[in-house]
Ligand binder design. Structure first.
Ligand code: HEC
Length: 174
């Protein structure tokens, strides 16, 4: 009686919006390795352009997108900064603004999404009940914006974005 939903099943549930999921993509819990049930996602925020694009390509349209940066910062401030720090420098939870990851999958947006959606250990609870899919992509984009590493290592950006990317400087504003 598995009510297991993969990205493919989410795609089916989004059939009206014509969402396709990139080949065979399934998201797994970062520590337990169990497939994440995307049907748990809130109804709201499932059919935005960014969500559809993410589930069909793995690319987060909100990365370095000036039109949504303020909103992205707001979601991060409300849901993540208390544990990860204002600049994602680390607090109760680990720093998210450099190229060291406890879970190397977070280097890519598909992996980062799985961590945010499904949670990790201890206080890093799953966000599927707290944020819409769209808000998760916004929070992820702000985490990426806070990145202090070299632009070449910002592999989640498009080549054009990477060329223009300035590593975030904590305390320097912006
Ligand atoms: C209540 C505290 C808390 C909140 C809120 C929280 N986190 Fe975490 N987070 C943690 C802790 C603790 C860990 C370490 C868990 C582990 O190692 O398994 C963690 C781990 C992570 C990791 C893995 C880091 C790595 O090095 O691989 C990511 C990514 C992450 N959090 C992103 C987020 C984002 C994005 C948000 C907001 C949507 C968020 N977290 C909200 C406490 C929190």
């Amino acid at each position: 009686m598995s009510r297991l939903y993969t990205a493919a099943a989410l795609s089916a549930s989004l059939a009206l919006s014509g969402v396709a999921v990139w080949a065979g993509q399934t998201f797994y819990h970062v520590t337990e390795g169990t497939p994440l049930d995307l049907s748990d996602a809130m109804e709201e925020g499932r059919d935005t352009e960014a969500v559809k694009h993410f589930f069909s390509t793995g690319v987060n349209l909100y990365n370095e997108n000036p039109a949504v940066m303020a909103e992205a910062e707001e979601v991060y401030a409300g849901m993540c900064s208390g544990c990860h720090g204002h600049y994602a420098e680390g607090k109760i939870g680990p720093g998210l603004n450099d190229d060291y990851w406890s879970y190397p999958q977070n280097e890519e947006d598909a992996g980062l999404f799985a961590t945010v959606y499904g949670g990790a250990r201890g206080q890093m609870g799953p966000m599927w009940g707290a944020l819409t899919l769209d808000e998760m992509l916004l929070a992820m984009a702000w985490v990426r914006h806070l990145y202090t590493g070299a632009p070449e290592t910002a592999i989640w950006l498009t080549p054009e974005q990477r060329a223009a990317f300035k590593p975030f400087e904590p305390g320097a504003g912006g």
